[in-house]
Design a binder for this molecule. Sequence first.
Ligand code: NI
Length: 167
Amino acid sequence: MFKHIEDFVANWQHETAATLRTLEMLTDESLGQQITDDHRTLGRLAWHLVQTLHEMPSRTGLIFEGPGEDTPMPASAVSIAMQYKQTSQALLDAVQSNWKDENLLVMSDMYGDQWPNGLMLDIIIRHEIHHRGQMTVLMRQAGLHAPELYGPTKEQWAEFGAPAPVI
Ligand code: NI
């Protein structure tokens, strides 16, 4: 739950840069990767993150540009990453130009519950981290490298000349 806009801005810039880094590693061929037929593909997960950027904050009355829930998933990984970049920036701009700290305490109807807006901004980041974790597993299965997120990847440990720690 954010109580200060500046804290949200710092978190948002850090986490959206990490997600963009992840999306930019996807290839068009990898978008169809899935664990089983009844789970989302890697591309669907990536596109779900882009759509949520607009869908969730819009419930508070914030107005900004972004793909709607009915917008079909692009076939191009570059297009998904580009729309993520644009929409995450549009959300940031909308928060900074429309909200002050006190707006973070205002309650909005979210999926039938009442959330303070500062909680929504916290949850949208957690939601993104959740799905990003699922994506990195699918990326490995698709033969891609995993992004560096909160610590070195297996490949980076190898570059350091050290085996990846087994924990
Ligand atoms: Ni989700």
